[in-house]
Unconditional design. Sequence first.
Length: 369
Amino acid sequence: MTALLVLDVLIILGWAIFCVGMGYVIRTMPRAQATPSATSAAARVSVIIPAHNEEALLPKCLDSVRAQLRPVDELIVVDDESRDATARRAIERGARVIQAGTRPEGWGGKPWAAHVGANAASGDWLLFVDADAVLAPNCVGTGLAEAETHGADLLSFVPAWRCSTLLESLVQPIFFLVLYSMFDNRKLNDPSDPTATSWGGFLLFRRSSYEKLGGHTTVKNTVYEDLEIAQEVKRRGMKLRVLPAPELAETARPLTARRIWDDSCRAAFGVAQGNFLRPLLSAEALFVAFVGPYVLAPFGRVFLALAIAHYVLTLLVRFQFARGLGFDFRLAPLQPIGTLYLVVVMLWASLATLTGRAVIRRGTRQYKG
C-alpha cells in the first residue's frame, strides 16, 4: 500500500509541475507577430492544396484562401484521383486544377500530389495547405512576414483544432495534449536543436529552400511527411519556424469513428517505429498518468483526496491548452475516457507491430505501418 501511495503522490507532483511549467511555456512561446513588409508584398505566393475526395471541405478552405488580405498569386488544387466532385468544387471557386495522375512506385498519395503541385507552381514561396484548413484573412500575409523576418526556410502555423463529434471531442484533445508536451516550441525554433515537427496543413517554403531540400522527394514514401520534412530541414542546416496560431488558422474535419481509429493508429505506429515495446510502454504511461489515481481512489481517504487533486490539475492543464492553443475544452471533465481509448489504440499497435499486421489507412488507401 505504501508503494501505491508513493506512486500516487509522484503522479500528482508530476501533474503539478507540468501544470505550472506548461503554463509558463504557453505564455512565453513565440507567436506570429511580424507585419508584412514591402519585400513580402512583392513576393509571389503559390498556394498548393493536395486533395483526395475533399468535395465537402474544399469550398470553405478555398474561400478562406481567396479572402486573404494579402492576395495569393496562384491557387492550385491537385486532384489526387478523387472519386467525388473535388475538381468541380475547386474550379467553381477559381482554383487551377491539376490531375495528380498515377503515382510512381514508392510514392505515397499526399507527397506525390504535393510534388506535382510544386512542379506546376511559379511562386517565390510555396504554401501547402490541407483541404480541412480554414485561414483567417491575415494568415498568409502574417506567415510570409514571419518567414522573411526570421529567415525561415520552412514556416508552419499550428492551428486551432475544432472537434465536430462526441468521439473527436473525447479523443483528439488528449492526443494533441500529449503531442504538444513532447515538442517544446523553443526547441523547434532553435537551429542548434534537432527537435523538429510541423503541421502539414500549413507549410510555407521558400521556393529556393524547397528545391535545395529536394522537395517532397525526400519524404515520398512516408505517411508522416509533415514530421519528416521538418526533420530533414534541420538536418540540412536550414531554418525551421513553427508557431502556434489558433487565431490565424483552424482545422475542422468531421471524423467517423473509423477515421478516428485509423488516425490514432497512424500516430501509434509512428511511436512504434517497428518496435512493439514502444506503444506498450506508452499505453502504460498514459494509463498511469491520466487514470491511475482514480483506480486507487477506493483505497482510502488519502487516495480519494489525491484523485480529486489529480482531477483539478488535469482540468487546469486542459484549460491552459484551450485558452492558449485553441484546444477543445467542452468534454475535458471526461478526459479519462478519451485516454482509455488511446490506451487501447497503443495496445493494438503493439500487438500489430509484434505480429506484422501493422497497416496504416488513409482514406481509401493502405500503407505498411
